[in-house]
Design a protein around this ligand. Structure first.
Ligand SMILES: C[S@@+](CC[C@H](N)C(=O)[O-])C[C@H]1O[C@@H](n2cnc3c(N)ncnc32)[C@H](O)[C@@H]1O
Length: 247
């Protein structure tokens, strides 16, 4: 059984446990084993972007990790450029060799969105035609997710779009247990809880908040200003949601 150690106070900021090298290595290996399934959803995401394939669009990937979403968008839009925002050096180290094939079409930006704000260095790299994110924004508590959606809207050009492939919490405890048992029967690892201080355990429990349902994500998108906010794909509690900033 793998045990991850949190020995840095800063790990208590939302999402910062991804600075742990062992956790990153396990994650990248697990996602590589599911790559075909993920690519299907990324292809759908790219089809929803309101731009010609040859357009030189500017992309921001929030919580880019090893870069899979940015890579899929750069493949779909051969004249696009992208920046990947992340706080984890270990993730960016894992991503650099994978993203090297894009040359100067891709760059990482080291920065933190734990307060629900896009860091100034990410805003300065825009404005963007497309903002994407996968499995990253759920690290925030609900009020900060809603805030971040507003920040993303502000960083987009008119006519731009935002897509987030992430957790949409089931509406009822029955659905929560049902979906979790299906995911575990399909091999999802149980979260490790060993070696946690009480503060870290409380932080982890917050991470698994249940108020970020699909309905609320869509509410937050609309409140941020997005038009045509919708869920474009969903499997169990993973949903591809997004919206458009009207031209
Ligand atoms: C589960 S990984 C997802 C990586 C990639 N988007 C994917 O779909 O495989 C979550 C990523 O979000 C980043 N992240 C989490 N919280 C963050 C924060 N507060 N600021 C910046 N990056 C953050 C982590 O470092 C990690 O790389």
């Amino acid at each position: 059984m793998t045990t991850y150690h949190h020995d840095d106070e800063t790990m208590l900021r939302w999402g910062h446990s991804w600075k742990e090298e062992d956790r990153v290595a396990d994650y990248v290996e697990r996602m590589d084993s599911r790559d075909a399934e993920r690519q299907d959803v990324f292809r759908l995401l790219a089809q929803l972007v309101p731009a010609e394939r040859g357009a030189p669009i500017r992309i921001l990937d929030v919580g880019s990790g090893y870069g899979p979403v940015a890579a899929a968008c750069l493949d779909a839009f051969p004249n696009a450029t992208a920046v990947g925002l992340d706080v984890s050096d270990a993730m960016m180290e894992a991503g650099r060799p994978r993203m090297a094939r894009f040359g100067d079409r891709f760059a990482y930006i080291h920065g933190d969105f734990a307060d629900g704000a896009l860091p100034p260095q990410a805003v300065a790299a825009g404005p963007f035609d497309l903002v994407v994110s996968a499995r990253a924004i759920h690290h925030l508590p609900a009020n900060l997710m809603a805030r971040l959606y507003g920040e993303v809207y502000a960083a987009l050009n008119q006519g731009g779009a935002f897509f987030n492939l992430d957790t949409a919490s089931p509406e009822t405890p029955f659905l929560h247990d049902l979906m979790r048992s299906v995911r575990r029967s399909e091999g999802e690892p149980r979260p490790e809880r060993a070696e946690r201080t009480p503060e870290q355990a409380a932080h982890d429990a917050m991470h698994h908040h249940r108020d970020a349902t699909l309905a609320r994500h869509l509410e937050w998108l609309r409140a941020a200003g997005f038009a045509h906010a919708d869920c474009f794909w969903k499997r169990l509690s993973t949903a591809l949601i997004g919206g458009y900033k009207e031209a």
